[in-house]
Design a binder for this molecule. Structure first.
Ligand SMILES: C[S@@+](CC[C@H](N)C(=O)[O-])C[C@H]1O[C@@H](n2cnc3c(N)ncnc32)[C@H](O)[C@@H]1O
Length: 269
């Protein structure tokens, strides 16, 4: 990569981090002063404030990609990992989706999820809305709360923050998605260009510090493509009957947050 492009990346990263500090630092400090125990959940507290400011803008920029992946395909019982402030709900067609399950470990975000869901016709009172405060990696707990397998598993900008994400996702798809059900994702992933991926790795530690452990260089799209199920003899077989990934054709190649959307359908046997 040319020096000028590398410098541009540095300026881009610095600007995002400084903007984040500008919006989220003071409210985080106020929270910690009010409740000193928050110091133990500093990263989550910071993210609560940061995402409150950034999420609408990020959502607006991603709208065409999200429409192509979520609005066109989500149906039945939908499980949204890392639901944030509920932006995914805006892309769900209410008649096509019978139940929306939001998995969001940050309970400070739950009221907003509930508000957005209610406006779109999902309610806890009739069972069409379920909000869970688990982390995706608490796999053993999740099935007990969701009343059977789901038709659609969705992740939007979340896999980068899940520890052992490859193993966790594989287990979730194996155990929680119905045969014939689908996994839809819109994530930023390892850039296919090795020189840009080098910079993603370089910026990971500082980026993760300011964005709740987010990793820039996770090859989530490749992990999903390669995902394996186990057949009746315990032999590994391809998880999917069909699937593909796509990117925004106008996206710059020299992008540290290289976004990919994907739709994969789980095989029947
Ligand atoms: C960048 S936000 C994206 C939120 C939402 N999907 C959206 O598109 O606006 C990432 C979300 O993942 C959640 N998260 C972080 N670690 C998680 C984990 N281990 N399991 C499930 N969710 C997690 C965070 O609390 C946060 O709300």
């Amino acid at each position: 990569m040319k020096l000028f492009a590398a410098l541009n990346l540095f300026l881009g990263v610095s600007r995002v981090i400084l903007d984040g500090l500008r919006f989220a630092f003071v409210p985080t400090l106020v929270d910690v002063l009010r409740n000193p125990l928050r110091i133990f959940r500093l990263s989550e507290t910071y993210m609560t404030h940061l995402w409150a400011v950034l999420s609408d803008l990020v959502d607006e920029n991603a709208r065409p990609m999200k429409e192509s992946i979520i609005s066109s395909h989500a149906h039945g019982v939908v499980l949204d990992l890392g639901a944030g402030y509920g932006h995914t709900i805006l892309y769900l067609g209410r008649p096509k989706v019978s139940r929306y399950i939001a998995l969001e470990p940050n309970v400070c975000m739950h009221a907003k999820i509930r508000g957005v869901a209610n406006k779109s016709g999902f309610f806890e009172s009739d069972g069409s809305l379920v909000i869970l405060d688990h982390r995706a990696e608490n796999l053993s707990l999740i099935p007990h709360f969701i009343d059977g397998p789901v038709d659609t598993l969705i992740t939007v900008l979340t896999v980068c923050s899940i520890p052992n994400a490859r193993r966790v996702l594989t287990r979730l798809v194996r155990d929680i998605v119905k045969p014939g059900g689908q996994f839809l994702f819109y994530e930023h992933v390892r850039n296919p260009r090795d020189d840009v991926a080098w910079w993603q790795k370089f910026y990971n530690p500082v980026w993760g510090l300011f964005f709740d452990g987010c990793r820039l260089d996770q090859p989530t799209d490749k992990w999903v493509e390669d995902m394996k199920d186990l057949d009746e003899y315990g032999k590994e077989i391809c998880m999917w009957s069909e699937g593909n990934c796509w990117t925004d054709p106008n996206a710059s190649e020299e992008n540290l947050t290289w976004h990919v959307a994907g739709r994969f359908v789980k095989r029947f046997s």
